[in-house]
Design a protein around this ligand. Structure first.
Ligand SMILES: Nc1ncnc2c1ncn2[C@@H]1O[C@H](COP(=O)(O)OP(=O)(O)OP(=O)(O)O)[C@@H](O)[C@H]1O
Ligand SMILES: [Mg+2]
Length: 482
């Protein structure tokens, strides 16, 4: 059999556990994690909707400027059309001449030409080379002099052919609109960059923070797998899901550690307690074998050995029952049971023993003393108490009674035997303790140890008192709520 410690810290463990002290999380590992993928997905959704919103804002604003410009032009044209109707071409030329006088600082552009395309009036010098947007509407570049600099901007205009071959252009310089549009484009671009940047940095930090905490749990588990069962996952005190998870893991680890310690204690105890009788049994067989071969002697030795083996099995079973009660593994299967009823049915089994010994067995168990417990273990504990009372009482009586006092269920077994001196009344509950006077009666000194283990398992207590004459053992446990 391999050494148990080598299994705990062996190679199998390293195959699935991260080494205990892994340094910071690497970027490549980060990219492969679910947390990162989730963050990336959210970020993509967020970025798409944010960009969609920005594009929508851009087109709304740009469209609004265009509509505004065209509406202004329309109003202007309506005015000019009225003038033309009232005063004819000459009036129109005059008005345009007046409006175009001086420096062209206004955004409105005018040009009226004769049938030979010569300029009659306006602030444009020649008919522009234009691109038609839709019937009557054109887009064209316009030059403006600012000091020594000549700037070119886009403009749009509405054109008309008047009777007699005259042509009219009313337009608007889009310099301000273009500046506004480029300002918006710039702003939106920065907004987009900031959104993307914040999203990426935020997503990265969030993922890393989450991973760090998962990593802590991982590291702790790895240490535990490597054999250090005392490790616990650190909490950060925030009380969030990770903290709750860590807390529960720690509780689970506590429980496992308790069970493991219990198991170890049980195996240690059993091994220790059985070693001596087994060694004795072996020595007896060895001695017999060294003697002169003799069929009769061998027969005797075998019979003795069988008796000893039977005794060993009894001890072994008693130790197992104690271990079972102490480990608390039966706690999950406990149910509400009637203590009086259990006591009565155990007492029934002991009636023939009492008759045979000439003892009076008085049983007073009222029904209705309910406890939450394990029927099998409780029966065994009561049987052990009755067994002792019968075994150690040469004559007289044994009384078994159950009662309830407030929240406590109480079972008493009293006898009129020799009793136990007050200073030994605690010690008899230890394993293998037997008093001087009892050595002649069969027994292992394990009966009362089981009773105590059962009492503890049920959250109760057991102790021995004087009974003048004799002994009274009191077994209490919490009564179950009705
Ligand atoms: N009713 C009693 N009157 C007098 N002495 C008792 C009584 N009950 C127990 N004892 C003493 O306490 C010791 C321990 O009791 P316990 O029931 O644990 O072991 P046992 O009876 O000797 O062996 P086992 O119960 O394992 O067969 C006994 O050996 C006996 O000396
Ligand atoms: Mg006993």
């Amino acid at each position: 059999m391999p050494d148990p410690s080598s299994i705990r810290s062996g190679e199998q463990a390293t195959a699935f556990a991260a080494p205990p002290d892994r340094p910071a999380i690497s970027v490549r590992r980060l990219l492969r994690t679910n947390a990162f993928r989730l963050a990336a997905l959210y970020f993509a959704l967020f970025a798409t909707s944010a960009l969609g919103l920005l594009v929508f804002i851009y087109f709304s604003v740009a469209g609004f400027i265009e509509v505004q410009t065209e509406a202004t032009l329309d109003a202007d044209l309506t005015g000019l059309a009225e003038q033309y109707e009232q005063r004819g071409i000459a009036g129109l030329v005059q008005i345009i001449g007046e409006r175009s006088r001086g420096e062209r600082n206004d955004e409105t552009l005018y040009l009226i030409t004769d049938p030979l395309s010569r300029k009659l009036a306006g602030n444009l010098s020649v008919w522009p080379k234009a691109e038609t947007i839709r019937p009557g509407w054109i887009r064209f570049p316009v030059e403006t002099k600012r000091g020594t600099l000549t700037e070119t901007h886009p403009a749009i205009g509405n054109t008309f052919v008047l009777p007699g071959g005259f042509r009219l252009l009313v337009g608007r310089d889009l310099r301000d609109a273009a500046a506004f549009r480029s300002r918006i484009t710039q702003t939106l671009t920065w907004a987009a960059i900031a959104t993307l940047g914040l999203g990426i940095v935020g997503g990265f930090l969030m993922t890393r923070n989450m991973l760090r905490r998962v990593e802590t749990v991982n590291r702790t588990s790895a240490r535990i797998i490597h054999g250090d069962l005392g490790q616990r996952v650190p909490l950060n005190g925030s009380g969030d899901e990770f903290d709750q998870l860590a807390g529960n893991l720690n509780l689970m680890l506590d429980q496992i550690e308790r069970l493991m310690a219990g198991m170890r204690q049980v195996t240690d105890n059993i091994a220790h307690d059985l070693r001596t009788p087994l060694a004795r049994l072996r020595a007896r067989l060895e001695v017999t074998l060294l003697e002169k071969p003799d069929a009769e002697r061998y027969g005797e030795a075998l019979t003795e050995t069988i008796a000893e083996a039977d005794q060993l099995l009894v001890t072994f079973n008693a130790l197992l029952s104690i271990a079972e009660a102490e480990a608390g593994s039966r706690r999950d299967t406990m149910a509400v049971v009637d203590l009086g009823e259990i006591a009565a049915s155990v007492a029934e089994l002991y009636e023939p023993v009492a008759d045979e010994k000439g003892l009076i067995l008085a049983v007073s168990t009222g029904q209705g003393v309910k406890v939450r417990g394990d029927r099998h273990l409780l029966s065994q504990a009561i049987a052990n108490l009755l067994d002792n009372a019968m075994k150690y009482t040469p004559q007289g009586s044994v009384t078994l009674s159950t009662s309830q006092q407030g929240e406590t269920a109480r079972l008493e077994v009293a006898d009129s035997g020799p009793g136990i001196p007050a200073e030994r009344r605690e010690a008899v509950f230890d394993r293998f303790v037997r008093l001087e006077g009892s050595r002649s009666t069969p027994g292992n000194g394990l009966g009362l140890s089981l009773v105590r283990a059962v009492a503890k398992l049920h959250g109760g207590a057991v102790w021995a008192e004087g009974n003048d004459p004799g002994l009274r053992v009191v077994f209490t446990l919490p009564a179950a709520a009705a």
